[in-house]
Write a protein that binds this ligand. Structure first.
Ligand code: SF4
Ligand code: SF4
Ligand SMILES: [Zn+2]
Length: 417
């Protein structure tokens, strides 16, 4: 075993947001109490460690945790964003050692990670033994990861449990989160008015599952789109008078058509097109798209710059005579893979960052109706999201653009300008 110590950057960066916003941007419905060291971890990093553990349940395996560390007043915040396996670590059924050759291999894959990440700890498995630090683990922790903020995660791949420790081996809570702008879909506001049992149940379910969501589409426990759809369905059931109906496509003209969508959302649509559309259909679509979008190209670029986060309610389709490229014969041609805002619009509310209250996020008619209904007693509160928090968190920046721009970037076959 070798001794190794990560040095903290000097000066240690301050948290990029205030504490509440930082937690909100990680979809934590409640900011954790001010522990001396607070540990966050992306669901993707935890999933990577889990999958590594499940790949060999006969012996212990482990690897390195990479992340960022911030100062927040007297508190340290550790944000774990990646887990890379240490393939040369020597594992037996009951313990794991980081040999010097293991240390050489932990840097394999490091080049793929953002440059500013530090080694913030290690993880390893205890197949069938439970999640604790053994005497050998404590020795590893002391010789390699003894700083207060350094984390050890122990996973039991047979039970699916995990536990986190820090410094000399103190248990610490692991706040898991989905590093995506949709995690600003918040359930943070208390359900003031649980007028709908179905919506209250959907809130509970989504609260539990949101931190585990790690993909868009495909169904199942980890599908974020499925969670949004469940909330929207429950909201619709709570407001049966809702004007949102199958076939109503006005909001695909404006503003839904002008939401900027993230790369992940675009990739979900792209995968859908590849699976569901023939090459011929795609060519036909692209010809139509370029023909219709050409007169508006500069305007679209301007909107793309302007609309980095959704505008408040925009009432009519006449605002822009251009629909979403995927609105074909008044139907959504990518309905199963449509972006998050398309799933939310009409049935979610938008948190007003300044007034600190929410209002329905919908076309004018639907918004007016929901506001009138919501003021009646015993009507349920709509799910909400907060794009301004997302933007301030830097989460919504970069890699977001209009669907029209994603299309032209992916298939730049036709000159637009
Ligand atoms: S928000 Fe308005 S335009 Fe959109 S589906 Fe609902 S009723 Fe129709
Ligand atoms: S993706 Fe579908 S639902 Fe969303 S704006 Fe386009 S046509 Fe409408
Ligand atoms: Zn161990």
């Amino acid at each position: 075993m070798i001794e190794w110590h990560e040095l903290l950057p000097e000066p240690l960066p301050f948290l990029p947001l205030d504490w509440i916003d930082f937690c909100q941007a990680r979809s934590l419905t409640m900011a954790p109490p001010g522990e001396p060291v607070t540990v966050f971890m992306t669901t993707a990093a935890l999933e990577a460690a889990r999958q590594h553990g499940e790949s060999d349940c006969s012996s212990e395996v482990g690897g390195i945790l990479w992340g960022r560390i911030y100062r927040n007043a007297s508190q340290l915040v550790v944000d774990i964003v990646a887990a890379l396996p240490a393939h040369q670590a020597i594992g037996t059924a009951v313990h794991l050692s980081f040999t010097s050759s293991a240390w050489e291999t932990v840097f394999v894959g490091r080049a793929e990670l953002p440059e500013d990440l530090l080694i913030v700890g290690w993880y390893h498995t205890h197949p069938g033994l439970g999640t604790f630090l053994s005497a050998t683990d404590l020795q590893t922790q002391r010789s390699c990861f003894s700083q207060d903020w350094q984390v050890a995660i122990v996973l039991d791949p047979l039970t699916g449990n995990e536990a986190a420790f820090r410094g000399a081996g103190l248990p610490v809570a692991l706040h898991r989160y989905f590093p995506h702008d949709f995690h600003a879909i918040m359930l943070a506001e208390e359900l003031l008015n649980p007028g709908s049992a179905e919506l209250a149940a959907a809130y509970e379910k989504v609260r539990a599952r949101l931190p585990l969501a790690n993909r868009l589409g495909g169904g199942g426990q980890q599908d974020l789109y499925q969670l949004i759809d469940e909330l929207a369905k429950a909201a619709r059931a709570a407001y049966p008078e809702s004007l949102c109906r199958d076939g109503c496509s006005h909001c695909c003209y404006y503003p839904v058509a002008l939401f900027t969508v993230s790369r992940e959302e675009w990739e979900a649509i792209f995968a859908y097109l590849q699976q569901q559309w023939t090459a011929e259909r795609l060519q036909q679509f692209l010809r139509r798209f370029y023909r219709e979008a050409r007169p508006y190209w500069w305007r679209l670029r301007w909107y793309n710059w302007l609309l980095d986060f959704p505008l408040p309610v925009m009432p009519t389709r006449e605002r822009l005579p251009l629909a979403c490229p995927f609105l074909i014969a008044e139907r959504c041609a990518v309905y199963q893979a449509r972006p998050a805002f398309c799933r939310c619009f009409g049935l979610f509310s938008l948190s007003h960052w300044f007034l600190r209250r929410s209002y329905p996020y919908a076309c004018k008619a639907q918004s007016d109706l929901l506001q009138a209904l919501a003021s009646q007693p015993l009507r349920a509160q709509l799910p909400s999201f907060n794009p301004v928090s997302m933007l301030r968190g830097g989460i919504a920046r970069g890699n977001k653009q209009l669907l029209a721009l994603w299309i032209s970037q992916t298939w730049p076959g036709v000159e637009m300008v």
